[in-house]
Design a protein. Structure first.
Length: 304
């Protein structure tokens, strides 16, 4: 804020991954609303005045922050993540340049890519979906299934990198309208408490949450399997939905993503579950409600 005012700036360009873009959103919100603290903007539609002209140039393909209403913040005092959600935070222009992602290490390429897949899946199987969000989630899923592993193996493949940049953008467009679910609620708290990178946490947690809600989301997961190119119309919803989850697990395994959260401690499970459910309920339009006992049991599956 001080630098912006001292240099008489006219706008903000966010260059980087999800964290720099989210940070820039909050800086813009504080510049226009200096009387509002960051904590007072927590939640839905608390940013009163529009932020300065805001442009995003993502250097990763995953967060989708270049098209969303959301900025996720870590409270250093409580080690808890929270979101600021407001239409005023949507960037004016997003520049998608695959050359900016060529230098990403494979482990960041794959985890940010699985972050984008999580956005698409949770937006699609949730109860707030629209024709717009469904179309973007379907197209993002197909792009990720077809290109993420190639981008992971061959980071200089500009075609795969471009496809992943589009997938990130489309998945962001889907979830900023249809919202997310329990994967994000749990992952946010893994990140806040332990500093686990958000994409990595999402990738590890996603198959567990999908198995928990598979029956309730069976039809939508089956449709997403077909849209993603791993199934055909006429197959049973049970087979297609199961195959979709297996595909996620196989992608994780082929890209060296672990199946557990190394930092997780059993003594923290009640705290994480409580915070995750407080985040998810009632805002997240999940296909199946999770009880406190079920949430703790699922998180326990992630113990190293």
């Amino acid at each position: 804020m001080r630098v912006y005012r001292e240099h008489l700036c006219d706008g903000i360009i966010a260059f980087g991954g999800g964290s720099p873009m989210d940070c820039a959103k909050v800086i813009g919100a504080r510049i226009s609303n200096p009387y509002l603290s960051v904590r007072r903007m927590k939640g839905l539609f608390r940013v009163v005045l529009p932020i300065p002209p805001f442009f995003c140039v993502p250097t990763t393909a995953g967060t989708g922050s270049e098209t969303t209403v959301t900025a996720v913040i870590t409270d250093a005092a409580t080690h808890e993540k929270f979101a600021i959600n407001d239409l005023k935070l949507i960037p004016k222009i997003a520049v998608l340049d695959p050359e900016l992602t060529v230098g990403l290490p494979p482990h960041i390429t794959c985890t940010t890519g699985m972050d984008a897949l999580t956005h698409a899946v949770e937006a699609y199987i949730g109860l707030n979906g629209t024709a717009f969000s469904d179309e973007n989630a379907e197209r993002a899923t197909r792009l990720i299934f077809d290109n993420l592993e190639e981008a992971y193996r061959n980071g200089s493949n500009l075609q795969a990198r471009h496809a992943m940049a589009l997938a990130s953008y489309r998945a962001g467009a889907a979830f900023t309208r249809a919202y997310v679910g329990y994967v994000h609620a749990i992952a946010h708290n893994m990140g806040g408490l332990y500093g686990v990178p958000h994409g990595l946490a999402n990738a590890v947690i996603l198959p567990h949450v999908l198995r928990f809600c598979r029956a309730a989301a069976e039809r939508k997961l089956a449709s997403l399997a077909i849209a993603g190119g791993i199934g055909e119309p006429g197959e049973s919803d049970e087979a297609l939905s199961t195959r979709f989850i297996e595909r996620v697990e196989q992608m994780n395994a082929r890209m060296g993503i672990p199946t557990r959260i190394a930092e997780l401690r059993a003594t923290d499970i009640p705290l994480i579950a409580g915070r995750a459910l407080a985040e998810a309920h009632p805002d997240y339009p999940v296909p199946r409600i999770m009880t406190r006992t079920e949430c703790e049991a699922l998180i326990a599956e992630l113990l190293p």
